[in-house]
Design a protein around this ligand. Structure first.
Ligand SMILES: [Zn+2]
Length: 836
């Protein structure tokens, strides 16, 4: 019974019946707990008892935590409960049904809270989910409970002596009927999200490969597969994306209807089926399919295939609804189907999800385009989904934009958006970000300042709230105003470059210091133990941001972006004096210490249910590695060769506590040692075999440009390598050697600054037994005009988390990237050293 009702009610919010917060109150109050003693019993009907048990337990648990009173839970059919004056009817028992509350007209997540009289209270939704959200509302509204953060200290449950509910009625349903974050980690985070009414109710991901599995259909119905370059393309198996069905194939509508009906038969609890296109393009090129397209490209630059696709979707959905009239169908507005169809009106049970990082709406032009696209979609279909990228953990600063987020949620709701999905991957150092998001998804009319103010006061107490608000306001200003001027911010692309922390270049030491002061002040002013615990947690999360900002000080200048026309950061110079060289070592070692600290914190946080980074650095190589201060360090190399004072400092640092500094100092000492012998062969390219240096190989992608051993390119000796017009490639050498610590150096000269985004990378790559790259040590510089300059990199291979015994060989390579015909780079003295 329950399953059917869930399916039926999955749809009513999207029919536009929102009545969130409708309230009718009488004067009198019904007392459920008085002076810490229970005055009420919770009653469940026998048929819904199992499904409503979690809601009952939630109510009992928090009433007890707040008031000390334990409310008994009984079945409606059982003997009258132990003489409590008030009955709380949880869900639709016989009493509640007889009241005719119209609960069944609400969205499945909605509920009614009715204080009937001095003896009866009803909390009921049309589904167990709705009833549970009704309990959440009672706890938040009448006991002032808040689920601020996940984990043991995340709840705020003010102690109370009594619990009263007014006579009257409160009726709510969510503005967005489906609300989902991905990237939550563990039970504590999932529980937190559930309390704040996260509920995923529509499927929309890539799915056509599952609707027509190639293992079966390439044999039985090859005509379902696309024509590609004049021939039928038959994917090997369900693991292969990059293709779409031929939507005009005879019988493909009926087969889809049959398969989806079978799915709903096998999964009666499912309210939704995804019609999402497969990943990575590959639409059919047959004449019948192409004839259905309007012709031309969509705003993303792909062939516009929305009409053929949605025409097919409409027919399939009409067929399925004949048997299963309550289901909904999500899909992705993406690539070739990224734009609203021009001819076809989309069936009202289909919900296309528009994918975009809407923090980018801080840019007025992007916002205006995004709003126009949303309106266009809404003209073609009544219900929209929004797919957002609100990432927390890959960012090295708290990324918050509460007010902008509230603005676009309101715009979305006003323009047909009824479902939200976001890749969240939280860092809870972002405080109220996800809390405010879920509150606004339930009701976007809420005042975001009121929500934030409440969260700050509840989290750390009234004395500390102001400082906490100032901390987040600072970073909200950074991410909504200052970031627009950063070279990191890109107008192009669906989402911002979360994997590239170049925005740290726009952060000053002062503001990091100020942020710490604010959070320390918060901790000092917090009163109760839970307030102090939450203040400590936010300060601890901040330590990662702080270490990241300081570690970044040493990174090489960010690589130029291909477009945008913003000024480039000047390439940092080499030290002109011994004193400057010593200063570089000092600054470099501080950055390396901070780099080490941030990596250590990520490991420590991994054991904490709240602080854990769900997208840890190990999954994003550009957020880890030996960069940071190492770049500063190696700029002092030539001084190390000629100054005893610099060498003395290096020897001191080679004994440092902190391992990254120790490694870089040792590596530099090893490289400048006159007795040092590189393990690479023929580093100066002097030995030739014919016209090419022995031991070296040439790599040139797509046969663009050339590599030549010529006297013109010599730094030392007679011969160097002249690289001309290389799009991607360079000289390389492989060594059969194992894991260890290595340093590599190379001399480069760039006679003229290259156009566009050209760069030079010195890289040491460990390679496993299957010939796979296990993650390089590398340093990259922009190809700006320079006389002979040394670039260097040092570190351990393989990286942390990789098995040392898997390393079978190392590849030493100078990679030239994105050079135009005619661009020249000279390379000489490329050497690899093993470090003790
Ligand atoms: Zn076709």
């Amino acid at each position: 019974m329950i399953k059917n009702s869930m399916a039926r009610h999955a749809f009513s919010a999207i029919a536009g019946l929102l009545a969130a917060g409708g309230t009718v109150w009488g004067a009198a109050a019904i007392c459920l707990v008085r002076d810490g003693a229970p005055r009420a019993v919770v009653v469940l009907s026998a048929e819904s008892a199992a499904a409503l048990r979690p809601a009952a337990e939630l109510l009992v648990k928090y009433v007890q935590r707040s008031t000390g009173a334990e409310l008994p839970v009984v079945l409606e059919s059982a003997a009258p409960p132990a003489r409590q004056p008030v009955t709380i009817h949880l869900g639709l028992d016989a009493y509640a049904k007889a009241l005719g509350l119209g609960v069944e007209k609400l969205d499945g997540d909605g509920f009614v809270i009715r204080g009937v009289d001095q003896r009866n209270v009803v909390i009921a939704g049309p589904t167990p989910d709705g009833t549970q959200f009704g309990v959440c509302e009672v706890l938040e509204r009448y006991l002032d409970v808040r689920w601020l953060l996940p984990g043991p200290d995340g709840d705020d449950v003010p102690p109370r002596r009594s619990l009263e509910i007014p006579v009257g009625e409160l009726r709510q349903e969510p503005a967005l009927f489906s609300r989902l974050f991905s990237g939550l980690v563990g039970e504590a985070q999932m529980t937190w999200a559930r309390r704040n009414r996260m509920h995923d109710r529509v499927h929309f991901h890539h799915n056509l490969v599952n609707l027509f599995p190639p293992e079966k259909y390439t044999r039985t119905h090859p005509e379902f597969f696309p024509i590609r370059d004049g021939k039928r393309y038959l994917p090997k198996n369900s693991g292969v994306h990059g293709w779409q069905p031929c939507f005009s194939a005879p019988g493909i509508v009926d087969e889809a209807i049959k398969n989806i009906c079978q799915y709903f038969h096998d999964h009666p609890e499912a309210a939704s089926y995804s019609l999402g296109v497969n990943d990575s393009s590959g639409h059919c090129q047959c004449a019948a399919c192409q004839a259905r397209d309007p012709g031309g490209k969509n705003f993303l630059g792909f062939r516009d295939c929305s009409d053929r696709y949605f025409e097919w979707c409409n027919k399939v959905v009409e067929g399925v609804l004949k048997q299963y009239p309550d289901k909904v169908f999500g899909c992705l507005a993406y690539s070739e189907v990224g734009q609203a169809p021009s001819r076809v009106k989309i069936h009202p049970r289909i919900i296309p999800f528009m994918t975009y990082d809407r923090m980018k709406w801080i840019d007025a032009e992007i916002r205006s385009d995004g709003q126009r696209m949303t309106r266009r979609w809404h003209e073609a279909c009544p219900l929209l989904g929004w797919y957002d990228y609100i990432y927390g953990s890959p960012y090295c600063l708290p990324r918050v934009w509460f007010h902008e987020m509230a603005d676009y949620y309101r715009f979305g709701y006003a323009n047909g958006v009824r479902a939200m999905y976001a890749e969240a991957y939280p860092n809870w150092g972002e405080g109220p970000k996800l809390y405010v998001s879920l509150k606004l998804q339930w009701d976007p009319r809420q005042d975001v300042d009121a929500l934030l103010g409440d969260w700050y006061r509840r989290a750390v107490g009234p004395d500390a709230a102001g400082d906490l608000a100032a901390y987040y306001a600072h970073w909200e200003d950074f991410w909504t105003r200052r970031i627009l001027a950063s070279p990191w911010f890109s107008k192009a692309g669906q989402y911002l470059a979360f994997y590239r922390p170049a925005y740290l270049a726009d952060v000053s030491e002062e503001e990091i210091v100020r942020s710490r002061q604010l959070l320390e002040s918060v901790l000092g002013k917090a009163r109760t133990a839970p307030q102090k615990a939450r203040a400590k947690l936010l300060l601890r999360a901040f330590e990662y941001y702080e270490a990241s900002a300081y570690a970044y000080g040493g990174q090489p200048a960010p690589i130029a972006k291909p477009s945008g026309g913003k000024p480039q950061r000047a390439a940092p110079g080499l030290p002109a004096t011994e004193a400057e060289a010593l200063a570089l070592l000092e600054k470099g070692s501080r950055c390396l210490q901070m780099d080490h600290k941030r990596q250590r914190l990520v490991q420590e946080f991994a054991k904490d249910p709240v602080l854990v980074h769900s997208l840890a650095g190990s999954t994003i190589p550009s957020l880890t590695g030996p960069d940071g201060g190492a770049g500063l360090f190696w700029r002092a190399l030539d001084w190390a060769a000629k100054s005893e004072a610099v060498r003395r400092e290096l020897r001191r640092l080679a004994d440092a506590q902190e391992p990254l500094t120790r490694l870089q100092a040792k590596a530099m000492l090893a490289v400048i040692d006159p007795a040092a012998v590189p393990i690479s062969l023929n580093p100066s390219f002097e030995d030739l075999q014919g016209h090419w240096p022995t031991a070296w190989l040439r790599w040139i992608d797509a046969r663009t440009g050339s590599l030549a051993a010529v006297p013109e390119a010599a730094h030392d000796g007679r011969i160097g390598i002249l690289c001309q017009g290389i799009k991607r490639g360079g000289p390389f050498q492989d060594f059969p050697t194992g894991a260890g610590r290595y340093a590599a150096t190379a001399m480069i000269r760039v006679p003229q600054t290259a156009q566009g985004n050209a760069s030079i990378t010195l890289s040491v790559t460990p390679i496993d037994e299957k010939g796979m790259n296990m993650g390089s040590l590398s340093t990259t510089v922009r190809a700006t005009r320079c006389d002979w300059t040394r670039i260097a990199v040092a570190g351990s291979v393989p990286k942390e988390g990789e098995k040392a015994e898997r390393v079978k060989k190392l590849r030493l390579v100078v990679i030239l990237d994105s050079f135009q015909p005619g661009d020249k780079v000279y390379v000489d003295d490329v050497a690899l050293y093993k470090i003790e």
